[in-house]
Design a protein. Structure first.
Length: 222
């Protein structure tokens, strides 16, 4: 059974995609329990060469290609092929914490939720979700109530979505636009009946030059 589909759109991401995929593979759940779907959105650099190598070496890495249609279309394409119970949209320049998937999926299963909201940190170690830091660990929000405390942090990489929720309400990204996640997230949360926020950061955005993954920044916050 595929528990999670990580969907990664890539456009000319040769500088970051190797580190992103390595982080997605350094996990504490069996490889056959999750899939990494990478959608090459018409890259003109060496991204596809890198992706092809990963697909050959790792059975749970799936590479899809399309002409350049922007991230919304790439995410929709990946979602159409996903088999996971949960969906996590990760960007190609994101870095996820090693061995975090077991904890995230346990939170989903133990609480029977439709959406898990996670935290990410800046490269200076500051949380992106300061307004939510004092939220009780076991508080289950409705989607609408959670939206009220978001403080405008509408980044799609901060959510794991139950795939059935997205399918039931035909939730897809608007294509051909930028910042499509700022439109998608409020619409998707409108339908969600159960949202849990996890305070432990597990995602780093905008990787610094020479980032050393042996010195984890994920433990800098309580």
């Amino acid at each position: 059974m595929v528990k999670l589909s990580i969907i990664i759109p890539v456009y000319n991401g040769e500088e970051y995609i190797d580190r992103c995929l390595q982080s997605c593979l350094r996990q504490d759940i069996p490889a056959d329990s999750y899939e990494i779907i990478v959608v090459d959105d018409g890259s003109t650099d060496s991204s596809n060469v890198i992706l092809s190598r990963y697909a050959m070496e790792h059975a749970n890495v799936v590479v899809l290609t399309q002409s350049n249609k922007k991230q919304g279309a790439a995410r929709n394409y990946g979602l159409s092929k996903a088999q996971g119970e949960y969906i996590w949209f990760v960007d190609s320049d994101d870095w996820i914490e090693a061995n975090c998937l077991g904890r995230l999926l346990a939170l989903c299963d133990d609480n029977g939720i439709e959406v898990l909201a996670i935290d990410r940190i800046n490269t200076d170690g500051k949380s992106f979700q300061e307004k939510l830091r004092n939220t009780p660990a076991d508080k289950i929000f409705s989607g609408l109530d959670f939206f009220k405390v978001l403080d405008n942090n509408l980044a799609i990489c901060l959510y794991l979505w139950r795939r059935e929720l997205l399918l039931r309400h035909k939730l897809r990204f608007v294509e051909g636009v930028v910042h499509e996640d700022t439109e998608f997230i409020p619409r998707a949360l409108f339908y969600a009946k159960s949202v849990l926020y996890s305070r432990q950061p597990c995602l780093l955005c905008i990787l610094p030059s020479g980032f050393d993954d042996s010195k984890s920044v994920f433990t800098t916050l309580p």
